[in-house]
Design a protein around this ligand. Structure first.
Ligand code: HEM
Length: 361
């Protein structure tokens, strides 16, 4: 069917939507129309991100994740980061609102707030942010209650978030499942002696890590001369070794194997069959970094526009937003492994290199 740009993009429909609480936008100030429009632009970006996240989750949720599609997964993750990176720049447009420009229409928003952005919550849920790691906003009722209509009844926002909660696993869980199955020194879960192979790898890695730390200490002493407080210096590096050992130990055999897989992939990433998995992990970290930067940038924009006053949604405002930026981390193990990586020359030798070469099928 032939169409025109105008009809296909449905521009007329789109341009009808910036009137806020009024019948049409004529009585609204340019500031208010800008405020509504920028939020809509963000929500459209969120929509696209949710589509990518959902496809990615389905991809990693397969019993056999096809190697040949790994590049597509990396591209999808890259697209999400690019969208977030571009979206974050839109906060500059909001910053063209001076405090009093915003105050002129702010009161009519109460108790509306970005806190009720169902799509933001959906992103957090599908990524894998657990409810018990959420920060209370000062109200006992929490974020689900806030999604209800002003009459306390259900709402389309609440429906969306409830459906998303029912649509599990999260991307984090699906990626965890995939990582769990990663062959380590050529051994997979279910193989005879898999536990022993994984333990052996972690033990060798830790031994190399400890040596690398000791070498670094010697290097620092040789470079800077005697350190000011040798005991504190030793304690600091001893703590690093302890926390690395605790990370490798994990809280369960499952967590231990997933962490071993991450360390293994990052360590031998040059091997052909590990190159794309490693790229995927890097892209996940990049995506989460963009999300954290969204939170930080939003908080700075808010501080610039309204200072440190209470939010329309009832939170402590900037303090609450800054807390979310430091606390809401989902792929913590992928970040943690950065602290414990060692130089290529220090890695335990890998006898099973051939296992990770391309094979003719
Ligand atoms: C003048 C502009 C803005 C101000 C003053 C502002 C202020 C705030 C405040 C104070 C909060 C904390 C909750 C509350 O107490 O209300 C909040 C939450 C939020 N805002 Fe904004 N905001 C603005 C623009 C935007 C824009 C353009 C977006 C884009 C989508 C946005 C998205 C969000 C989201 C997603 C939350 C929830 C954060 C969370 O709970 O993790 N805000 N905003």
């Amino acid at each position: 069917m032939a169409t025109s740009y105008w009809d296909y993009i449905r521009v007329e429909d789109l341009l009808e939507l910036q009137n806020g609480l009024e019948e049409d936008e004529a009585p609204l100030s340019n500031h208010e129309v800008l405020f509504v429009t920028v939020h809509q632009v963000f929500e459209l970006w969120f929509k696209l991100i949710l589509r990518e996240l959902s496809t990615l989750r389905d991809f990693f949720n397969q019993d056999n994740v096809p190697e040949q599609d790994m590049a597509l997964a990396a591209e999808s993750l890259g697209r999400i980061s690019t969208i977030l990176n571009v979206a974050v720049k839109h906060f500059e447009v909001v910053e063209t609102l001076h405090t009093r420009d915003y105050l002129d229409f702010r009161d009519k928003l109460f108790p509306a707030s970005g806190f009720q952005s169902a799509q933001m919550r959906e992103m957090e849920i599908i990524l894998g942010l657990p409810d018990d790691e959420r920060i209370g906003m000062g109200s006992a009722s929490g974020y689900m209650q806030a999604l209800r209509g002003v009459d306390g009844k259900g709402s389309s926002a609440l429906d969306r978030v409830e459906s998303r909660k029912a649509d599990m696993p999260s991307l984090k869980a699906a990626v965890g499942e995939w990582l769990y199955r990663t062959p380590i020194r050529g051994s997979q879960p279910g193989d005879e002696n898999d536990d022993a192979v994984v333990d052996g790898f972690l033990k060798d890695y830790l031994a190399q890590y400890e040596q690398a730390v000791e070498r670094l200490k010697t290097h620092i002493r040789a470079t800077v001369g005697e350190v000011a407080d040798p005991d504190a210096f030793d304690r600091q590096y001893a703590r690093e070794i302890e926390s690395t050992a605790a990370f490798c130990q994990g809280d369960s055999p499952r967590e231990r194997r997933i962490r071993a897989a991450i360390i293994f992939i990052e360590s031998y990433r040059e091997l052909p069959l590990l190159a794309w998995p490693r790229k995927v992990l890097a892209r996940i970290v990049e995506m989460e970094q963009q999300l954290v930067m969204f939170r930080q940038r939003h908080a700075r924009m808010v501080e610039r526009v309204i200072g440190r006053r209470t939010g329309t949604g009832g939170s402590a405002g900037v303090d609450y937003l800054d807390q979310t930026a430091t606390t809401y981390r989902i792929f913590k193990d992928l970040w943690a492994v950065r602290t414990i990586q060692i130089r290529r020359d220090d890695l335990p030798p890998l006898d099973e290199k051939g296992y990770y070469e391309f094979r003719a099928t």
